[in-house]
Structure formats: structure tokens, C-alpha cells
Write a protein that binds this ligand. Structure first.
Ligand code: PLP
Length: 388
């Protein structure tokens, strides 16, 4: 009954699933509090107070009619406010509500975008390490993922990107700050990158859509100002989600904001249609209402910065090779064993759960998600230090 494509996809994801299953068995055997789980990008941090205040206010405004069907792309007022905010922050100059589409998180936004642009066989360039779901999303919409490596410090490798762009390249996804490495792409590198994209468009007489997946945009440390690549390149769009910045991944809200200069006719119509086609219809009405009140609110970023500093210091002192993350709530150290699975299994024996780098396209590494409590982190650090 299950389609070959889905069966194949399920088994390709099996490595992480096997780890997950093993972790679950350990939790059943020893109790959740005795298993130290650093696998999930599911923040333990509660949403900020302003979020609960906005929820309460929504509950008290029954006459507003916010819970009905609406135009697929979302409430006009919310889209207009987001566009003005993006313009003011110079993330997307001159954006208007016609450039903004509310979505069911970044995952929904990526699917809607890919569905809108891909014909069978079109290539989408993805930079390793990457968010593993990209590959499934691209395949689901009949595209072909092409992987470009980054440099050993996970910064952009323009020679590699140059080699991998072809006449069939329809889009490229970049993700800064990056899950899993925490790496940010800086302005000079982005300028060169964008120049390369313009050169390729001219060379092949094609259009290449730059998809900037930015769910960690607000989780940046050390006062680094994140440059906006979409402000540098016309055929571009931002994908954003409040999953991480407000700690509400279960509430599913995000947006697509495309460049007002985009050279793609009927972009808004296509995205709107794909919201219907994929069954999202529109982003949750209540959540649109709430995030509209919280455009300048985030969780306490210092909460994550302190954890990053502590883990980074402890592991580097112990001898792990790690590129210091500049954002997100992940670290992506090099595995002491050639194959990170062997290493992860050793950690598993000591009841510490980690994700092997294979899933992110970097088998030499493993991912630590530190969006969890300090007790879990302390125990995991003890084990990791012991293992090296
Ligand atoms: N993109 C990246 C890089 C992510 O890490 C995630 C979630 O972890 C997503 C997209 C999906 O986020 P959302 O919860 O908004 O669907």
C-alpha cells in the first residue's frame, strides 16, 4: 500500500531513526531523567511572557473573527506589518504585504516554495552540512538535490558552488546561522557568492532563486550583525519561523518574504496556490494574530550563549575539534572516531544521545543540541570528556 517513494524515504532516514529507537529503549529501561538526550532541536526553554500575554489578549477579543478562513496568504494587516518591519531592519528593503506569505513554520514555507518553482529534474543546490529535511522536501517536489561542500570551518566554498551550479539549477538554499554548525556567512563572502549567482544566471540565461532559510536569525551571539543576503540579490526570498526565536515549534508559524525586485512573474499567486495544493490552506489564524504583536520579541538569547560558551570550552579543553558556533543552539564537533556512528554508539552505551553527522552530509562530525537543561548538559559533558 505504501508508495515505493515513501518506503524508500523512510528507510533512508533510518540511521537517525535507529538512534532514536535505541534512545527510547534506554529511556524506558533507565527512566527519562537518567538518559541525557542532546538530539532534538526542540527548545526546553518556555516562550517569553509577552507570548502568554498575547494569547490572553486574543482570548478576550472574541468579536474579531480571527478564526475564520481567510485569503490563503494570510491576514493583510499581519503581512503589511511584517513587510514594514523587514524594510525597516534592512532585511528586505521596500518590501510590501504583496511580498509576504504567512506559512505553517519554516517547514511549510520550504515546501510551498519548492512546490511553486520545481519541475521534474530541476536541481536545487544545498550546502553541507544541511538540515536533513531539505533532501526530502526537494525530492517530494520532484527536484534533484545537488550537494556542495563548505570549507572545513563551514564557511562558503565558492569554487565548489561554482562547480555545482548548472543550467538545471533552479534554486540554492542557504541557512545562516546554520543548523547544525552554528556558522554565519559574513557580508564579504555573501557579496562574492551573489556575484557568482549573477554570473551564472547570465552564462546560462536562467534564473536561480536564492532561498535563505533563516529560522535561527535571532539566535546570534556576541553582537554579530547578521547580513541580509536577500537584500543583495533580486531573485531571492527569506524563509522565517518563530519556532526557535519564541520557543513555539509546536504552534507552527512562519513566513516567506520575497524580494520586491524578484524577476519571477506571478510569485505571490503561485505561493498562494501551493498553500492550497499542499493542504495548508493558510497559516494558523491565532498564531498570525499573536506573532504580529511580537515582531521585536525573542527568548533570552544569552540563555543559549552561556550554554554554548560552557560546552565549547569544556569540549575544546578536552581535545575535541570544534568550530565555535556564532548562533543557533547546536554544536557540530569532529568525531574522535573516523566514523561518527561508532562514536555515537559509545556515547549511547553511557546513555548520552547525539546525532551522527551522516544525516547532515558530514559523516566525520556529530551534532549536539544544547537547547536543554543544565543537568543534562553536565552529565553529557562528563561522558564526552571521558570518551575522548
Ligand atoms: N530549517 C532549518 C534549518 C531548521 O533547523 C528547521 C527546524 O529545526 C526548520 C527549517 C523547520 O522549522 P519549523 O519548525 O519552522 O518548521
Amino acid at each position: 500500500m505504501i508508495s515505493k517513494y515513501i518506503l524508500d524515504s523512510i528507510s533512508r532516514g533510518s540511521l537517525i531513526r535507529i538512534m532514536f529507537e535505541k534512545g527510547k529503549r534506554l529511556k524506558d529501561q533507565f527512566g527519562v531523567q537518567n538518559v541525557y538526550d542532546l538530539t532534538l532541536g526542540n527548545p526546553a526553554l518556555e516562550p517569553p511572557q509577552e507570548y502568554f500575554d498575547a494569547l490572553k489578549e486574543l482570548a478576550e477579543h472574541r468579536e474579531r473573527g480571527v478564526h475564520r478562513y481567510m485569503v490563503n496568504v494570510g491576514f493583510d494587516e499581519v503581512r503589511a506589518n511584517i513587510a514594514a518591519w523587514l524594510d525597516q531592519k534592512e532585511l528586505l528593503p521596500a518590501a510590501t504585504k504583496e511580498n509576504v506569505v504567512m506559512t505553517v513554520g519554516a517547514g511549510g514555507a520550504l515546501n510551498v516554495t519548492l512546490r511553486a518553482i520545481l519541475d521534474p529534474g530541476d536541481e536545487v543546490l544545498v550546502l553541507a552540512p544541511y538540515f536533513v529535511e531539505y533532501l526530502f522536501y526537494i525530492a517530494a517536489h520532484q527536484g534533484r538535490a545537488v550537494i556542495a561542500e563548505t570549507k572545513p570551518d563551514f564557511s562558503l566554498d565558492l569554487d565548489e558552488i561554482d562547480k555545482k551550479i548548472t543550467k538545471q539549477t533552479k534554486a540554492i538554499i542557504i541557512n545562516s546561522p546554520n543548523n547544525p554548525s552554528g556558522r554565519i556567512y559574513y557580508e564579504d563572502a555573501l557579496k562574492d557568492f551573489v556575484r557568482l549567482l549573477y554570473d551564472k544566471q547570465r552564462k546560462y540565461h536562467t534564473k536561480i532563486l536564492l532561498i535563505s532559510d533563516e529560522p535561527y536569525r535571532d539566535l546570534v551571539f556576541d553582537n554579530i550583525k547578521l547580513p541580509s543576503v536577500c537584500a543583495m540579490y533580486d531573485n531571492s526570498l527569506i524563509i522565517y519561523s518563530w519556532s526557535k526565536s519564541l520557543s513555539i515549534p509546536g504552534d507552527r508559524i512562519g513566513y516567506i518574504a520575497f524580494n520586491p525586485q524578484i524577476q519571477v512573474p506571478r510569485m505571490l499567486d503561485a505561493l498562494s496556490f501551493c498553500l492550497r495544493l499542499l493542504g495548508f490552506v493558510n497559516a494558523p489564524a491565532s498564531m498570525q494574530y499573536i506573532v504580529n504583536k511580537l515582531l521585536d520579541v525573542t527568548v533570552d538569547i544569552d540563555y543559549y550563549r552561556k550554554k554554548r560558551d560552557r560546552i565549547y570550552r569544556a569540549l575544546s579543553d578536552a581535545g575535541y575539534e570544534i568550530v565555535k558556533p556564532e548562533g543557533t543552539f547546536y554544536l557540530f564537533p569532529k568525531s574522535p572516531e573516523k566514523d561518527s556512528i561508532t562514536f555515537i554508539e559509545k556515547a549511547l552505551e553511557k546513555r548520552v544521545l547525539l546525532v551522527p553527522g551522516q544525516g547532515f552530509g558530514c559523516p566525520r562530525h556529530f551534532r549536539i543540541a544544547y537547547c536543554t537543561d543544565d543537568r543534562t548538559i553536565d552529565k553529557a559533558l562528563e561522558v564526552l570528556v571521558e570518551l575522548i
